[in-house]
Write a protein that binds this ligand. Structure first.
Ligand SMILES: Cc1ncc(COP(=O)(O)O)c(C=O)c1O
Length: 411
């Protein structure tokens, strides 16, 4: 990134960006919700399109001068429709949370009941946490993971839907490593008269590449971020059937947002093009293969993996048998240049600030070009640091060597 012009005006901010660039370049980023946007995506995000106000939708704007941004928003919508085989796509939501908010606002009244996955079992804050607008405004009821399989149990979902008669059933998660049966969910929603919404923020890239079944044929609404496995701009989008498209459009603007971020929408258009390529499919296949190999090798080292493995890009590691909390593991791994996040495990005993687990994902390591061999090495790094913190320095050296071999951004 060329930050020479920033340096002249604001050396402090320039220095912070450089430090962060170094942190990302020299560390192994295993946070399951992050990725490294391509240089082209970052160039578009930093383009003159940031200057343009364009409240409204293509050909129906409240400002003049929208000829070019109209074209780019149409392009983003068209590519997203093609990528996900969707009837309608709204590319204006600023984030995954605002995409979820738009669907709730469009379909619910305060106090209405929604059925979603519990946060402590892998759901997201916007799926009804009391700390979020969702839990404050609506009556969320939660399903969890089966105590036996640690996977979603559709019988539990069906029982809860029958009992509570939710207006919306939400599928999708932030920390769930298994294939989600969207068809099974949609049958329950139909039977109980609920709308069906899927939040595919985490798995959008896998869905785009068809390495995870698509929710689009089964859901009334599919919400997503663009920056996780989809590896695109920072933002969100909403897919819906044509039947619901007008109310979604009205809810996003003017219901919730003002001017759309046209530089981000243009970068989303570019991201959808990247995701339509054959190399993106190979990339996603490798993401899943890498997660599988990492999980298998962590298991060999004695780690317990929630649900016993993974079908997607992420793994939840239960550290209860390692006499270390998720928080402490996150801290010592960071000292060795390995970034993860503490994560609750099913039936968490330590609470969300300490936790008994960590969550890791392979999408960014794979973006750097790493494969199965590197996953085996990384499982050893994680084991060595958690087994004995005295290994931090030696592991850190190995992490730096590995990062040098797989640069984040080629110079
Ligand atoms: C499943 C899910 N939905 C929504 C979001 C929210 O996305 P954002 O951070 O862009 O608001 C996240 C973010 O991690 C997520 O994991």
């Amino acid at each position: 990134m060329d930050i020479a012009c920033v340096e002249k005006i604001d050396p402090k901010v320039a220095r912070i960006i450089k430090d962060e660039e170094q942190r990302q370049e020299n560390g192994l980023e295993l946070i399951a919700s992050e990725n490294n946007a391509s240089s082209a995506i970052m160039a578009v995000q930093g383009s003159v399109l940031t200057n343009k106000y364009a409240e409204g939708y293509p050909s129906k704007r409240y400002y003049g001068g929208c000829i070019h941004v109209d074209e780019v928003e149409e392009l983003a919508m068209k590519r997203a429709r093609k990528l996900f085989n969707a009837e309608y796509v709204n590319v204006q939501p600023h984030s995954g949370s605002s995409a979820n908010m738009a669907v709730y606002f469009a379909c619910l009244k305060p106090g209405d009941t929604v059925l979603a996955m519990s946060l402590s079992h892998g759901g997201h804050l916007t799926h009804g946490s009391n700390a979020s607008f969702s839990g404050k405004l609506y009556n969320f009821v939660h399903y969890g993971l089966s105590p036996r399989t640690e996977m979603i149990d559709l019988n539990e979902v069906a029982d809860l839907a029958k009992k509570h008669k939710p207006k919306i059933i939400v599928a999708g998660a932030s920390a769930y490593s298994r294939i989600i049966d969207f068809k099974g969910f949609s049958k329950i929603a139909k039977k109980t008269g609920a709308l069906f919404m899927v939040d595919m923020a985490h798995i959008a890239g896998l869905v785009a590449a068809k390495v995870h079944p698509s929710p689009v044929p089964f859901a009334d609404f599919v919400t997503s971020t663009t920056h996780k496995t989809l590896r695109s701009a920072r933002g969100g989008f909403i897919i819906s059937t044509l039947e619901h498209s007008k109310k979604i459009a009205k809810q996003v603007f003017p219901g919730m947002q003002g001017g759309p971020l046209m530089h981000i929408i243009a970068a989303k258009a570019l991201g959808f093009k990247q995701a339509l390529s054959s190399s993106f499919v190979l990339y996603q296949k490798q993401v899943v293969k890498n997660a599988y190999v990492l999980a298998e090798n962590l298991i060999k080292k004695g780690f317990r993996i929630v649900s016993g493995g993974t079908d997607n890009h992420l793994i939840v590691i239960d550290l209860s048998n390692q006499s270390i909390s998720g928080k402490h593991a996150e801290e010592i791994l960071e000292k060795a240049g390995i970034t993860v996040n503490k994560n609750t495990i099913p039936n968490e005993k330590k609470g969300p600030d300490i936790t008994s687990g960590i969550r890791v994902g392979t999408q960014l390591l794979t973006s750097r070009g790493m494969g199965e061999e590197e996953m085996i090495q990384i499982s050893e790094f994680i084991y060595d640091v958690i087994d004995n913190p005295l290994n931090i320095n030696s592991v850190h050296k190995k992490v730096m060597d590995l990062c040098e071999r797989f640069p984040l951004y080629k110079k």
